[in-house]
Structure formats: C-alpha cells, structure tokens
Write a new protein. Structure first.
Ligand SMILES: [Zn+2]
Length: 278
C-alpha cells in the first residue's frame, strides 16, 4: 500500500501521526526518527534519537533530496509489555554495509553508522566519513573521531552549503536579469552571476559529493552551467569579449554543461576581428 508513496510524503504521514500519538501519550515527548539508510542525509541522520519537548513541530530543513525523517512519540520507541507481561524491545529496519537488518530502537544512529563504515562514507563522503570513523592520516597525530552531529555540521558547511548558495545566486541572478531594463537590475544580476563563479570550486566539489551519493543523476548537468552562459552573453553584449571567453573557459574547464565548444571559438573570432586576443 505504501509502494508508490514518495518517501517525503510517507514521512509527513508518520510525522502527523507521531505528533497526534505523542499528544495522547503520558509524557508527550517526541523523538527524531531518521531511516538508517545510505540515502538519508547527514543532517536528518544527526537528529535521529534526539528528544524534543511536547508540542514540537518539525521545522528543520532537509538536504538533500526527499525528507524521510519524522517526529515520533518517545513512548513508542521504548520497550513495551507484551500480553504475557514481558518487556519487549521494539525494532526497526536498518540498511547498512551488509544489507537489511533489524535493530532495536535503543541502538542509536551514531553507533549503527560506526558499525557500517562503508555506509558512513556514502552518507558523509570519504573525507568527513574518515574523520567520523577516526581514521588516522599517515604522518599526522591521531585526532579524536568526530561525533555524528559534528560530522553532519561539517558536511553541511563543506558540501551542502556551497551547492545551496550556488543555486540561490543562480536563481536570483536569473530573476534580476529578467528585470534588466529597470535601473540597477542588470548590474545586480551580474553581481549574482559573478558570485557563482567565485563559488565555482566549492560548488563543484559539493556537486561531486552529492553525485557520489547517487542522489543526483550526474554531476555535470546542463542547467548548472546556466549562470555562466548568461554571464557570457551579458559580457558579449557589453563588448567585454575577452571576459566572455574567460567565463566560458571557466565553465568548460569545470565540465559544466553548455555549448562552450561552439561559443568559445565564435567569441575568439569576434575578438580577433576587433584586434584583441584572449
Ligand atoms: Zn529529513
């Protein structure tokens, strides 16, 4: 019955149900629940097992992809009495290095992730994954392993944030460009697109990590080259042909999708006909 329902919608259903059940339970406390699965984002995984006061609403942001975490009554994750009067642990499914296994709720996400190093590196990327697992780097003194929360924060700053920022600047630049006939809008748009170029290296390594997670269908997707193409067109219109060549070359070198093979020679011909060089 749940087959065709996307993970995020299913999580919302669980979330609403969980909040109602918590209201009806004695303590009303809620606990963050994230699937123990390689497709779960680090930030969502880091809230797994965190206790929230009664009435808490799920407001944190989820990245990347669908949100599959939800709030659930604490009481419903603790051992329960069965009809024979014995305490029974409640279980959930985990999907780690060796496929699916059944784990009691009392096993925290952090412990599960440390026991599944390959999955940890899928979720956090190789570098942050190694730091989380406490791997020593030859020639350097050993460092204490990162906690899951620290690893998730580092992942957010190094992987997610540059990609979010790049996409935000790109969208803002495109929106401002549409208003380019109004005073100040064109230069504001240029500023946003130039911000994308400044972020290029960080954004690329972010996209690369996300691509490795299999969340994106590929790293070099044509729309992501859009701010470069737009900026090249603006520069060309302004007669800044050498700058336009430079922007296209940056995008091409980065492997960003676009018609750079056609655009660069065309711009270079224009440049040489004007007596300049790129
Ligand atoms: Zn989530």
């Amino acid at each position: 019955m749940f087959g065709p329902v996307p993970g995020s919608e299913l999580a919302e259903i669980f979330n609403e149900l969980g909040c109602e059940l918590a209201n009806a339970s004695a303590s009303g406390e809620l606990v963050g629940m994230a699937p123990l699965d390689p497709s779960t984002g680090p930030l969502c995984l880091a809230i797994d097992g965190e206790i929230f006061p009664p009435g808490t609403e799920k407001t944190w942001s989820h990245y990347p992809g669908d949100c599959c975490c939800y709030l659930w009554p604490v009481a419903w994750t603790r051992p329960m009495l069965n009809p024979e009067g014995r305490l029974v642990e409640l279980n959930r499914l985990a999907n780690g290095d060796n496929g699916e296994e059944v784990l009691p709720y009392s096993v925290p996400a952090e412990k599960w992730l440390r026991a599944n190093p390959r999955t940890a590196k899928v979720i956090l990327g190789d570098d942050i994954g190694n730091e989380f697992l406490g791997k020593t780097i030859p020639g350097l003194p050993p460092l204490p392993p990162l906690t899951l929360k620290m690893a998730a924060e580092r992942w957010d700053a190094l992987v997610a944030e540059p990609v979010r920022k790049y996409e935000q600047l790109s969208a803002e630049g495109a929106a401002l460009y549409k208003l380019r006939d109004d005073p100040g809008m064109l230069s504001a748009s240029i500023e946003k697109f130039e911000g994308c170029i400044e972020l290029l290296d960080f954004a690329i390594s972010g996209y690369r990590e996300l691509g490795k997670r299999g969340i994106l269908d590929g790293i070099w997707h044509p729309p992501w080259g859009a701010p470069f193409k737009q900026l090249a067109i603006i520069y060309e219109k302004q007669g800044r042909i050498a700058d336009a060549v430079w922007v296209c070359a940056c995008a091409q070198k980065a492997g960003w999708g676009g018609d750079w093979d056609r655009r660069i020679p065309k711009l270079k011909r224009k440049l040489s006909s004007l007596g300049g060089s790129a």
